[in-house]
Design a protein around this ligand. Sequence first.
Ligand code: FPP
Length: 248
Amino acid sequence: MANHTLTTVPDHVAIIMDGNGRWANARGLPRGAGHRKGIETVREIVRAAGEAGVRYLTLYAFSSENWRRPEDEISDLLGLMKAFIRRDLADLHRENVRICIIGDRSNLQSDILPLLIEAEETTRNNTALTLVIAFNYGSRDEIVRAMKSLAQEVAQGGLRPEEIDSRLIDARLDTGGIPDPDLIIRTSGEERLSNFLLWQAAYSELMFVPEYWPDFNRDLFLAALERFAARDRRFGGLSSSNRVASSK
Ligand code: FPP
């Protein structure tokens, strides 16, 4: 295990866990084997994030577009999600992890929704890492749902259009109350956001790593945090060195 000393730890890391299928293909295995191995990586990264002092970890587990996959793969992914909650909830609760689910809950299978709710309810008061699981999640869909809810409030007279600002929109998204991600990591070498946290990613640092998700591990995660610590985040302003120079 590498010895990493981090100067700046991101408060919120969000991950697009990509490459399970290609990992399996490369080994002549069915895609489901990649997803199963991916769950082991999930366990390792949740622990690593908590130990590193990350406060929020968001994982893109199932997108609203994943319904376009073959039926057997969808059922594999849903089955893994259910198995993960059944098997890991007690451990996560013991480790003081709080679970939050983001994504569209309407029309979810009747056996999965109660599990997601149970995970949230059980861990509601936990104070260590917050594990945000994006499930049946699509950023545009999330924004549309938030806009509809604001429009309804305006139509009912509870809100004036001029009162709508970015704080109100923030609060109405599934991620209301969760800070924006400081760092978004995507594995597998693909370099896009794929409808993940589009509003929330306004000032996120993006990092694309070549490893497939099942090959991602604690050391690679800590190396990503180190690269993050070396970046100069300006949020539209000036870098700290320029700020000193221009104030002279
Ligand atoms: C992308 O790989 C990965 C997914 C679509 C699902 C990720 C899900 C898990 C790791 C398991 C469930 C997660 C939790 C938090 C319990 P891909 O299939 O798109 O890979 P490919 O691009 O190589 O085909």
